[in-house]
Design a protein around this ligand. Structure first.
Ligand code: NAP
Length: 211
């Protein structure tokens, strides 16, 4: 049975979109919290391929980001990882990813896209945003200290322009950040307990983030 055959009958699915450079406990807790809140059948982690807002030279090789995401999600039966963005050529736009998923999973009733609130703040600049907002629901995850006024204003703007409500979920463990983990490795500080041990060992084994 192929990866996609296994999920054809799932009706409520979320996509966890992010660069995952590296994946950490904040991402995992956010995905599980959204799964629980919306009673989802699956959360599919989709490591970003060649995102429009980033210089790919500054991102760790996609095979490492994919492998780390696989290791981190291995023990949760509701979590899966997809290579669809990594394998797609050119710039990877979320709208194309969502369309591809909708074509593959004919049974979907509800589809959510979970990502960081910083990314959601920029959503009005995303490729084909109007179409995208019709194709799925969005969940913005915030970390402690995030200025909610900016987010509320943006969510209000999206609601009045497109009639679409975007969900918001506060995740205390998003105090962990990928940027901080990369800096810690670079400066020889511990990253223990910020991410699964298997991912920590993988980073050490391949010397990732050591410059
Ligand atoms: P980013 O700019 O690297 O991250 C923005 C913030 O959100 C960071 O604080 C990041 O923290 C956090 N974050 C990222 N993914 C998260 C997740 N799944 N859950 C909780 N927090 C998360 O954003 P990115 O990761 O490159 O992009 C996010 C998603 O939006 C990707 O799937 C990307 O393809 C998509 N996107 C699409 C378009 C488009 O279609 N035009 C444009 C921009 C982004 P950490 O660094 O700790 O993760």
């Amino acid at each position: 049975m192929s990866f996609f055959d296994a999920f054809r009958h799932d009706r409520k699915i979320a996509v966890m979109g992010g660069t995952f450079d590296p994946i950490h406990y904040g991402h995992l807790v956010a995905a599980e919290a959204v799964r629980d809140r919306f009673q989802l059948d699956k959360v599919i982690f989709i490591p970003a391929g060649n995102p429009p807002h980033k210089n790919s030279k500054n991102i760790t090789d996609s095979s490492h980001r994919y492998n780390m995401t696989m290791l981190a999600t291995a023990t949760n039966p509701y979590f899966e990882v997809s290579r669809i963005e990594i394998d797609r050529k050119g710039i990877t736009y979320t709208v194309d990813t969502i369309k591809q998923l909708r074509a593959l999973y004919c049974a979907i009733d509800e589809l959510y896209f979970i990502t960081g609130a910083d990314a959601v703040l920029e959503i009005l600049t995303w490729h084909k945003v109007e179409e995208l907002l019709k194709l799925c629901n969005f969940v913005a995850a915030t970390r402690p200290g995030f200025d909610l006024r900016d987010l509320e204003q943006k969510l209000h703007e999206i609601k009045s322009k497109y009639g679409k409500e975007i969900f918001h979920i506060e995740i205390p463990s998003l105090a962990i950040s990928s940027t901080d983990i990369r800096n810690r490795v670079r400066s020889n500080h511990t990253i223990k307990y910020l991410l699964p041990e298997s991912v920590e060992q993988y980073i050490l084994k391949y010397g990732i983030y050591r410059e």
